[in-house]
Design a protein around this ligand. Structure first.
Ligand SMILES: Cc1cc2nc3c(=O)[nH]c(=O)nc-3n(C[C@H](O)[C@H](O)[C@H](O)COP(=O)(O)OP(=O)(O)OC[C@H]3O[C@@H](n4cnc5c(N)ncnc54)[C@H](O)[C@@H]3O)c2cc1C
Length: 464
């Protein structure tokens, strides 16, 4: 029977333990925080469901929904309120809606593009001309900014790509790898030349298949913490949890031993499901080259701040009401706030009638320093900016600040090559496995898929 130790009890480590348990294999999770779930953390405050970390997952990637179905939670899956979908971007001190028909930064409808105040005429003309672009396939990775600028111009980077990607990755499009972050767009551009034509062709194919439009994002009625609790419950006695920091990893008797709280725990299979920088420090004595490669994956730090208001204090006339899903602040116009979601508009079951919850996102590559500031200073900055940007004059009835230091891996240019080198190195060390947001996808479905893969490598191909 394999003795499995998993370092890291976030979604990646927990899904590894879950798929192992389903195959009848027990494991030990070592987790330094006092709870499981990693950055997934749901709190209930004043009747509102508050997500401290992720709030939803992409519907298009199946692993999360597959797991949720196995856990018997299908009935608790909810979608975003897509009929209310509208996102604003701050431009010239005002909130301007993203034009209708935009798929990330790709325009697919002419009229909204022509009439939007978010982009100038030069960019609009350039976006139209992009339809005539001939294929120029590229072999090498490049940055998201280079790719988008080549198709749609610099303004599309500053007012579309940058705010959208800052809100997702806390990252800078000038650093992020287009192959890793927008891989499908690269394939379409290589095939069609014009990215817009590629996206339109793909959409037409989907329409021919009569694929009913699914909500873009899904989550759980009780928050994503519900998934963590259900996984933990389903694993039951097949998982031992040791709360403490894994301090060292050594090779021992053809396997490994891990030091935690002064004890050594033996493993013939070791799953590193912690952040790559943490895995790097732990594996220095096992394989120096692998540790070096893992240490090269940059991370961003982020912070979410939830503020609860009484809806009655949001007067209609003259004051911007929480219209749409929220807003993004491009770097060119940013002070502290990167993005804000009106939680009760984006999702059902989150915010009871009569209340308004703003969930603000701060930090990222450009402002890691915000994590060092005391809560009061952060809340003062956020309420000040909400007033200035969205006209929110109400006083918050509750506030919550959540800090996520070095938690979001950054897929910078060269990421695919770096990950291939990491995986080759790991494959040469029997019994060592990796799962986590630093490798094959940052989102929750990707982390679940990597956890499942790690479990299957341990149990063998039998459990499909
Ligand atoms: C603020 C925020 C918002 C996000 N929003 C979304 C979203 O809406 N949708 C989406 O799909 N994704 C989102 N993501 C990304 C996604 O949530 C994460 O990529 C994913 O949950 C990471 O899971 P993980 O298990 O790989 O890592 P983590 O959740 O970071 O877990 C790693 C765990 O390892 C533990 N650990 C590290 N070192 C050690 C050690 N030496 N010993 C013991 N334990 C250790 C840590 O304490 C941690 O609990 C968001 C991420 C953040 C930070």
């Amino acid at each position: 029977m394999p003795e499995v130790v998993i370092i890291g009890g976030g979604v990646s480590g927990l899904s590894t333990a879950y798929y192992l348990a389903r195959a009848g294999v027990a494991s030990t999770i070592i987790e330094s925080r006092p709870r499981l779930g990693g950055v997934v953390q749901t709190e209930r405050v004043d009747g509102c469901v508050i997500e401290a970390g992720p709030d939803s997952f992409l519907s298009a990637k199946p692993a999360a929904l597959e797991l949720i179905r196995e856990l018997g939670l299908d009935g608790d899956v909810i979608g975003s309120n897509d009929h209310l979908r509208r996102t604003y971007v701050r431009r010239g001190g005002r909130l301007v809606p993203l034009p209708d028909g935009l798929l990330m930064m790709v325009p697919t409808k002419i009229l909204p593009l022509v009439t939007t105040r978010l982009l100038g005429w030069r960019t609009k003309v350039r976006m139209g001309m992009e339809l005539l672009r001939a294929p120029k396939p590229k072999a090498d990775d490049e940055s998201v900014a280079e790719f988008i600028e080549e198709h749609y111009g610099a303004e599309a980077v500053d007012y579309l790509a940058e705010p959208l990607l800052s809100g997702i990755y806390g990252g800078d499009p000038r650093e992020l790898s287009v192959t890793s972050v927008l891989g499908r767009f690269v394939e379409l551009a290589n095939q069609y030349g014009s990215l817009t034509r590629g996206v339109l062709a793909e959409r037409a194919k989907a329409a021919r298949r009569h694929a009913a439009p699914a909500p873009l994002f899904r989550t759980m009625k009780g928050g994503l913490g519900q998934m963590v609790e259900a996984m933990t419950g389903a694993i039951g006695g097949r998982m031992e949890v040791r709360h403490g920091r894994a301090e060292a990893v050594e090779r021992a008797d053809g396997g490994f031993r891990v030091k935690v709280a002064g004890d050594w725990v033996d493993a013939n299979n070791l799953v590193m499901a912690c952040e790559a920088h943490s895995a790097s420090a732990l594996l220095a004595g096992v394989d120096g080259r692998l540790a070096g490669l893992l240490g090269e994956v940059p991370y961003s730090s982020s912070m979410t701040v939830a503020l609860g208001f009484e809806a009655g204090e949001f007067p209609g006339a003259g004051v911007a009401r929480p219209d749409g899903f929220g807003f993004l602040v491009p770097k060119k116009e940013r002070r502290r706030l990167v993005a804000c979601t009106w939680v009760g508009t984006k999702f059902p079951y989150r915010v009871p009638e009569g209340k308004v919850v703003a969930r603000c996102f701060l930090g990222g590559r450009a402002d890691a320093a915000v994590l060092e500031e005391p809560d009061e200073a952060v809340i003062a900055a956020v309420t000040g900016e909400l007033r200035q940007i969205a006209g929110v004059t109400a006083t918050p009835r509750f506030t919550r600040v959540f800090r996520w230091p070095r938690s979001m891996a950054q897929y910078t240019v060269g990421h695919p090559r770096r990950v291939a080198a990491i995986e080759a190195r790991v494959a040469a060390i029997p019994g060592l496995h990796l799962a986590g947001n630093a490798y094959q996808g940052i989102g929750i479905p990707d982390c679940i898929r990597m956890g499942r893969q790690a479990a299957r490598r341990i149990t063998g191909p039998g459990d499909r």
